[in-house]
Design a protein around this ligand. Structure first.
Ligand code: ZN
Length: 138
């Protein structure tokens, strides 16, 4: 695994939290994106070499809605950058980690992502993400 790519924070109201984090970090979000398959709207901030992702639920059965219901607003996941998500998932599976996604899926911010079950990682939801590189010759 590589560096921490971003920290994901679950919020109730993305607009309000965008303003709050813009004040906190001194920069506006560089991107906002809806991931319909996950039932979330996200925004991304840069803070030096690191990123913060804010996540708001767009439906009542979204994982973020469930998280907010159970735990309230706060840190939702930590994402690590990986070079090769498929081989990293295979390695972690072999090590006994429980994968929430056996097959990486397309996440926000042009990434292939997969999650590990927080039960096996001291209660921390861990995301792996691999940058999707633009294919040449398209
Ligand atoms: Zn994330």
């Amino acid at each position: 695994m590589d560096k921490i790519e971003h920290i994901g924070i679950a919020v109730k109201n993305l607009e309000a939290s965008n303003q709050l984090f813009a004040k906190l970090l001194g920069v506006p979000p560089y991107k906002m994106e809806e991931v319909a398959s996950e039932g979330v709207r996200t925004s991304f901030f840069e803070s030096g070499p690191n990123k913060v992702e804010l996540l708001e639920a767009t439906s009542a059965d979204s994982p973020i809605a469930k998280f907010l219901e159970k735990r309230g607003e706060g840190i939702h996941h930590i994402a690590f950058a990986v070079e090769d998500i498929v081989s990293e998932l295979a390695r972690l599976k072999k090590e006994g980690f429980q994968l929430l996604n056996e097959i990486p899926k397309k996440g926000a911010d042009n990434k292939l992502v997969a999650f590990l079950h927080p039960k096996g990682t001291n209660g921390v939801l861990v995301e792996l993400c691999q940058e999707i590189k633009a294919k040449e010759g398209r």
